[in-house]
Design a protein around this ligand. Structure first.
Ligand code: AMP
Length: 307
């Protein structure tokens, strides 16, 4: 049983207080695939790049068991480009440039071999494209997770609200939750967003962890306190990849297992931020991953005797 991942495969230019990069490999689906591959060994990608995208990067994805049959390569067109700048507070960033390029005319095609997937991860992308992928599936996956961002809320809110009616889990950050709901309190925001369609909502709060909501319960996962965060780019997608990768491999979609998945997502994100771009995620070992998850268990475990 497979995990179907949809999202951007991109060139990123990033500036943080620790340095600057020019056109490195990025994209939501890239980070999701690399992260999910630690848990799920059958990952199918649907995305698009231009013929300026290096073959070596596609091979790198294949080496991480990400099948790229559904990755369209557009001749004489340019890959999606995003550029962002972080300041000392790495929780907020300025988008300097977003060039949609190949995304502008992207018509996703789900290959026949990708049908009957167990889980679907609709990574950050134009909401109408996320919906088009959903429409092509002959059977509804057991779990549909959607990630999005303020850019799509600013320009395509109606399409996003439409897509949200069909998903099980929505992952967004705190600012986006406020924008989507019009509520400042995250508890009120969660209640409102859950009324739009998703059964579960994850609100990511960067170095302050993540909250998981359903209509009755709430769970909090911290972020690992790190001495230095070099580059937060892709942390949200890496989180989502770990989350959905764990659920898809265990096939247990209960709230209890989602709590574990949130911890696993947080552990994966803590690796991503340790180096620029995908550098840390590329070739990450399973032992390191297990050790990091154990650190999270220690971080939140305590005994208490109520008097
Ligand atoms: P994250 O830091 O997890 O929000 O994700 C960063 C990644 O998202 C980068 O690698 C970008 O290429 C990609 N990205 C940036 N803007 C967009 C957008 N509007 N739609 C889809 N992906 C984007």
């Amino acid at each position: 049983m497979s995990l179907l991942v949809v999202g951007t495969v991109a060139f990123d230019a990033i500036e943080t207080p620790f340095g600057k990069t020019d056109k490195i490999i990025g994209g939501a689906a890239t980070y999701i695939g690399l992260s999910a591959s630690q848990f799920q060994h059958n990952i199918n990608l649907v995305s698009v790049v231009g013929d300026d995208f290096p073959t070596s990067a596609i091979e790198m994805l294949n080496q991480h068991r990400v099948n790229t049959e559904g990755l369209q390569i557009k001749k004489d067109e340019k890959t999606f480009f995003w550029s962002g700048r972080y300041h000392n507070d790495m929780n907020t960033r300025d988008t300097m440039d977003t060039q949609l390029n190949v995304l502008e005319t992207f018509d996703p095609i789900v290959p026949a071999t990708y049908q009957n997937c167990e889980c679907l991860m609709l990574g950050n992308l134009m909401p109408s494209i996320q919906q088009k992928v959903l429409n092509q599936l002959q059977n509804r996956p057991k779990l549909i997770v959607l990630d999005t961002m303020n850019f799509w809320m600013d320009h395509y809110m109606e399409d996003l609200l439409q897509a949200l009616k069909n998903v099980d889990v929505l992952t967004i950050n705190d600012e986006e939750a406020r924008q989507l709901s019009g509520e400042y309190s995250l508890v009120k925001a969660a209640r409102k967003i859950l009324s739009f369609g998703p059964k579960y909502l994850i609100i990511k709060k960067g170095e302050h962890g993540a909250l998981l909501f359903n209509d009755k319960e709430v769970f909090f996962a911290p972020a690992l306190p790190l001495e230095d965060v070099f580059d937060p780019t892709g942390a949200g997608d890496t989180f989502a990849g770990g989350f959905v990768g764990h659920l898809c491999s265990t096939k247990d979609y209960s709230f209890e297992n989602m709590k574990r998945a949130v911890i696993i997502g947080s552990a994966m994100a803590s690796f991503c931020v340790e180096k620029f771009g995908t550098e840390r995620m590329n070739g990450l070992g399973k032992e390191e991953v297990n050790q990091r998850i154990a650190e999270f268990v220690d971080l939140v475990q305590f005994d208490i005797e109520l008097v």
